[in-house]
Design a protein around this ligand. Structure first.
Ligand code: ADP
Ligand code: F6P
Length: 333
């Protein structure tokens, strides 16, 4: 009988449990034994694992977080760390490992492959959606909805007080959550890293946009979505500077880790179930060194090296319509 292992690593994402469940049930279906390493790559170094059977994944499809826990692990990055992990996997007769995490975790998988000859399959688990080769990552859709729910609430009070709000969303260095949340919430402005690669946003232009919106749209509230790591000092610093420039009250709201939690939405459960099950089938087919992703509703296998390197592009049409909806300075075509 073949033995496989699964772990979750890096920033947790809603749907990781759904993916674990799908892999465990698929393994059971195909007669494979499966164990779960706990705390990401730390579990590999410490031999911290639990056997996983169908009974262990009851009622987890709807739960955020990960039953296997997640973590980051500096020690694993060294050659000694990866050799130790390889030895531990061999000691347990593991034939294949499923790594559910972001691009950092996939780099870790390639690092391990230098010292271990078992199969390694990746599942894209991160709210940031910053992994190339898959249209969406597990957790991304839930993070959008979580951000959106908060922005809708902020809009109510912004409207009541006729205020400007700056909402800082996650995404690490990518604007996927920011763009989607801005489009869906009707935000008047969105600051995404992809749009400011050459130069940072200009404070005076931002201030002028706020003032123009109030002048021509009769808007009494104004929402600006800003991706984390874009403005030095974040939304709080930018809000202070805009207040000083416009004289209009600007309030920052930092959504933070709330975006990583919560029950996964249906699209994340569907994606996680599909990819989690397929990971096991890929192992049975002898695959290794690939991430299982989804493109145009088809499951695809993408070599780890192709998952990063060039930045994943935002949907240019969404960017254009978001921009033109609030292009207040140019006369209509
Ligand atoms: P994510 O998987 O969400 O991108 P990280 O970038 O924090 O999260 O990576 C998770 C873990 O993967 C790290 O703590 C480390 O153990 C491992 N890892 C990341 N990058 C590398 C690398 N270049 N070489 C080896 N291991 C890595
Ligand atoms: O990668 C997911 C993510 O939540 C990013 O959006 C964010 O920049 C980072 O992780 C936060 O990480 P930490 O767990 O170290 O706070």
């Amino acid at each position: 009988m073949r033995r496989i292992a699964i772990l979750t690593s890096g920033g947790d994402a809603p749907g990781m449990n759904a993916a674990i469940r799908a892999s465990v049930l698929a393994a059971h279906h195909f007669g494979l034994e499966i164990i779960g390493y706990r705390h990401g790559y730390n579990g590999l170094l410490e031999q911290e694992f639990v056997p996983l059977g169908p009974e262990d994944v009851n009622n987890i499809i709807q739960r955020g977080g990960t039953i296997l826990k997640s973590a980051r692990c500096e020690a694993f990055k060294t050659a000694e760390g990866a050799k130790q992990a390889a030895q531990n996997l061999s000691a347990l007769n593991i034939d294949a490992l499923i790594v559910n995490g972001g691009d950092g975790s996939f780099r870790g998988a390639l690092h391990l492959a230098k010292y271990w000859d078992g199969q390694i399959i990746g599942l894209p688990g991160t709210i940031d959606n910053d992994i190339c080769g898959t249209d969406a990552t597990i957790g991304y859709y839930t993070a959008i909805d979580t951000a959106l729910e908060s922005i809708d609430k902020v809009r109510d009070t912004a409207d009541a007080f006729e205020r400007i709000f700056l909402i800082e969303v996650m995404g690490r260095h990518a604007g996927f959550i920011g763009l989607s949340a801005a489009v869906c919430s009707g935000a008047e402005q969105v600051l995404l890293p992809e749009l400011y690669q050459q130069s940072p946003p200009d404070l005076h232009q931002l201030a002028a946009h706020i003032q123009k919106a109030q002048e021509v749209r009769g808007k009494c509230s104004y929402i600006m979505v800003i991706t984390e790591n874009l403005w030095p000092g974040g939304a709080t610093d930018l809000a202070n500077k805009l207040h000083a420039t416009t004289g209009i009250e600007c309030r920052p709201v930092i959504l933070g880790h709330v975006q990583r939690g919560g029950s996964p939405v249906s699209l994340d459960r569907m994606l996680a179930s599909k990819l989690g099950a397929y990971a096991v089938e890929a192992i049975l087919a002898g695959k290794t060194g690939v991430m299982i992703g989804e493109q145009n509703h088809n499951v695809v296998e993408v070599p780890f090296e192709q998952c990063w390197g060039k930045p994943k592009a935002l949907d240019p049409y969404l960017v254009r319509i978001q921009t033109q909806m609030f292009d207040l300075f140019n006369p209509p075509a």
